[in-house]
Write a protein that binds this ligand. Structure first.
Ligand SMILES: [Zn+2]
Length: 189
């Protein structure tokens, strides 16, 4: 029998960039930590205080460079339910929206392809094709937000896969959040 143990959660593109494109960081952002050898970012949680969100109709969305942005409504929902491992970073030029991170709650993932390891920063240039390693999971994840141990995508765009429990997904649905990508994760028991 197959059961749903959780859902991969991601937001649609919000037509915005936090630090620049896949290949080239905004030249004015001189303080973004990056590797001296490969040149790609080493801090994928960097906050650009001048960030402006272009598409403001989504409660959960993603910049082209892989940063999750959430609405005030989403933040208030998380606080009301007491999800304590979440960070909401204020964006002065996009009031009522926040850069969103999950802390801890790490799940093991595999990648279908890893390419070009930089020996200097120990990051792959490209790491794609995420799949959750579910061998030891026999029941749905407890209520909450989780993230993959590997960070996926290429060059300057890497981010962890976000996963929510079925209970959390039901709460979000009742709250009326729309336009989120939720893909179920099933295991055979
Ligand atoms: Zn490097």
């Amino acid at each position: 029998m197959k059961i749903i143990i959780g859902y991969r959660m991601s937001g649609y593109d919000n037509n915005s960039y936090m630090t620049g494109s896949c290949d080239k960081l905004f030249p004015e952002l001189k303080s973004v930590p990056k590797c001296d050898a490969c040149g790609y970012r080493t801090d994928y949680r960097y906050t650009n205080k001048d960030f402006k969100l272009s598409r403001k109709t989504l409660d959960v969305s993603s910049t082209y460079d892989g940063v999750t942005i959430v609405s005030l409504k989403f933040k208030e929902f998380c606080i009301r339910y007491g999800y304590s491992n979440l960070e909401f970073i204020a964006l002065p030029k996009s009031p009522d929206f926040f850069q969103f991170h999950i802390n801890g709650n790490i799940l093991p993932f595999a990648a279908s392809t890893k390419e070009d390891l930089c020996k200097w920063c120990n990051q792959y240039e490209s790491i794609v094709g995420p799949s959750m390693i579910t061998d030891n999971i026999k029941e749905p994840l407890p209520d909450g937000f989780y993230q993959s141990d590997l960070w996926f995508a290429s060059r300057n765009e890497k981010s962890p896969v976000m996963v929510i429990s079925p209970v959390t997904k039901d709460r979000m649905t009742r709250e009326g959040f729309k336009n989120m990508c939720l893909n179920k994760i099933e295991v055979e028991i």
